[in-house]
Design a protein around this ligand. Sequence first.
Ligand code: NAD
Length: 298
Amino acid sequence: MRDTLPVIGFIGLGQMGQPMTRRLIGAGYTVRGADLSAAAVDAFAAAGGVACASAAEAASGAEILITMLPTSAVVREALLGAGAAAASLAAGALVIDMSSSAPLDTRALGEDLAARGIGLIDAPVSGGVPRAITGQLAIIAGGDAALIERARPVLLAMGKAVIATGALGSGHAMKALNNYVSAAGLAAACEAVIVGGKFGIDPSVVVDVLNASTGRNNSTDVKMKPFVLSGSFASGFSMALMAKDIRTAADLAAQLDLPAPGLAAAADLWDRASISLGKAADHTAIHQFLAGLDTGEE
Ligand code: NAD
């Protein structure tokens, strides 16, 4: 058994990357971090991380490189684009893409990295910012079983469970499918509040009844009162990223020649909401979009 911890490079120090790197630093890892935002790198350095000026610099000397970036395209660019991080990695290094990426893109990336002697697993997460802070994320891992085992101690510094789903890309497929189910539960709860409210039922009573009944889901439980009924719309997960995840799931169904009409409708709804509410919107603001349809304010 080795007695030193691997050096970790980490690209993407956003809403999730900040608390995730704090967990790694707290577990004793040396973490070399990079982000396009100087403010994000400063916050990371203040928490004990090694600030790097580029993705390539963060990868330099790292045995394990983690990406926590918005999309597959950004992950590919950071790893293989100009000033590529992959060029700084030694053969035998392992890349863990913890972003919510598109499964077929992940498979293509795996082939390109393998040609350089670099391993790849996908290990997207569920639980959002609160569970990233407490290290309680659910981590959904796809790829070679031996590589997942190698990554497991690092992943368990950030999450409470690592669920292996099969071949490379399967974690990303499951993450997208999970978020479709989660988003459908949130939109349904918002519609129940809007319809019930117009019929004269107090919104908090609507949520209480759902939570005591079979309509209960994660959104009725932990999102509706704190982020929707309060009017804060500040859960820490953007609408643009949620719309991307549902579109990823819908694209996967289409690539597999499956109709999945509920998924197609959800992808369209969330795309429209994301365009209408703009980049800064939180995903819980789907309520405002749905309420606006009633008044023709889309
Ligand atoms: P975010 O937008 O807060 O953070 C992304 C970070 O990446 C930003 O700081 C941005 O500056 C940086 N970045 C973008 N392009 C870059 C590049 N080329 N090089 C270096 N840095 C770059 O997003 P987030 O909420 O932290 O989400 C990150 C990923 O995790 C996404 O794929 C998202 O879908 C997924 N996710 C988010 C949550 C959540 O609750 N926020 C939960 C689960 C999964």
